[in-house]
Design a binder for this molecule. Structure first.
Ligand SMILES: Cc1ncc(COP(=O)(O)O)c(C=O)c1O
Length: 332
């Protein structure tokens, strides 16, 4: 919906040549043809490649697997150069830049330095293009702020919301835009109308659940709860960095991530189809813990109602399974 809005926004402003999107490596935005097009080419999208439209793909700040092979100190600036070059050379045809702010999810659970996000915002402003923040995964506290864009004090032109909008209880999505975008559609000229609707658009029951869930954010200190969860995840997962086979440990808000590798020096690892994923799932299920690794990337993203004791138990089980796997690998 955001892609369609961006495309028509420029058309309504008599700039129909702006219809190309800039998207990031490792991005995942969903499974429709449009969302797959802006998502990274992957096992999820390959069967549909002939249907997808071309986009300009630029670096994401995957610091553990730095696309430029740099160390942390100056890397956000270098990483951003790719986006800047795209906007410099092809800015006139760009309708918008779409990102998953701070946490790229299904593409590998990649946590960003907030400076990168701030830089994306600056560049979009400088080159006069729309910034679309896909906060489907990150919205409603998941990264420790109500919205991930807040980590860089950023107000995007559009925000995509779903998942935690209803705390996951009923299906609902929303695409939120600034007044400036809205006004480009506000006209007596019917050709400027945004024609987009689904059978279940604005489903009243789902909207009521969303309102009830938002009330909980107002009534309870859920962001405080997520801050405590973040501290507990950091304390519990950081020591696992020392285990053989653990390449990287990343924590942001209520998400703990462990990236497993077969070689720590080269950081080599199997991808999404790596057999380690199902093997770990089976080992966790045996212990009563349901986790679903993305291949070699294991993550723990509990609901906010989880208690401290339950988190401590889950972290203990994760440590136990990884310790057993490390000892088995050492024996081989
Ligand atoms: C960042 C992100 N965007 C979009 C989607 C797709 O959302 P939906 O399933 O509501 O289309 C997902 C789903 O996992 C996601 O993580």
């Amino acid at each position: 919906m955001a892609l369609k809005l961006a495309c028509q926004y420029w058309r309504n402003l008599d700039q129909p040549h702006r219809r190309t999107f800039v998207a990031l490596h490792h991005g995942y935005h969903g499974d429709t043809v449009g969302a797959m097009s802006v998502g990274e080419d992957s096992i999820f999208t390959q069967p549909f490649a002939p249907l997808l439209f071309p986009v300009i793909r630029v670096h994401a700040p995957h610091c553990y697997r730095c696309p430029l092979g740099l160390k942390r100190a100056t890397c956000q600036v270098d990483c951003l150069a790719d986006l800047e070059q795209a906007l410099q050379t092809r800015g006139e045809e760009v309708a918008g830049v779409i990102v998953e702010p701070m946490l790229q999810g299904a593409g590998g659970m990649i946590v960003w330095p907030s400076e990168f996000l701030a830089g994306v915002g600056r560049l979009c402003k400088r080159y006069g293009t729309l910034l679309i923040a896909d906060e489907v995964l990150t919205g409603f506290g998941r990264t420790g702020r109500m919205f991930a864009c807040e980590h860089a004090s950023l107000t995007p032109d559009m925000v995509c919301l779903s998942k935690a909008l209803t705390a996951g209880y009923l299906p609902l999505g929303a695409t939120v835009v600034t007044n400036a975008v809205y006004e480009a559609f506000l006209s007596d000229d019917r050709t400027k109308t945004f024609f987009h609707g689904h059978s279940f658009t604005a489903n009243p029951l789902a909207c009521a659940v969303a309102v009830a869930s938002l009330d909980l954010f107002r009534e309870q200190d859920l962001l405080g709860r997520i801050r405590r969860l973040e501290a507990q995840l950091r304390a519990g997962l950081s020591p696992l960095r020392a285990l053989p086979g653990v390449g990287d440990v990343r924590v942001i808000g209520g998400v703990g991530i462990i990236e497993l590798v077969t070689d720590e020096q080269t950081r080599r690892a199997g991808g999404y189809l790596d057999g380690i994923g199902p093997r770990l799932t089976a080992a966790f299920v045996e212990r009563g813990l349901l986790l679903r690794p993305l291949g070699n990337v294991l993550y723990f993203m509990p609901p906010y109602v989880i208690t401290d004791d339950e988190v401590a138990w889950a972290l203990g089980e994760i440590a136990a399974v990884l310790n057993i796997a490390a000892s088995a690998a050492a024996r081989c």
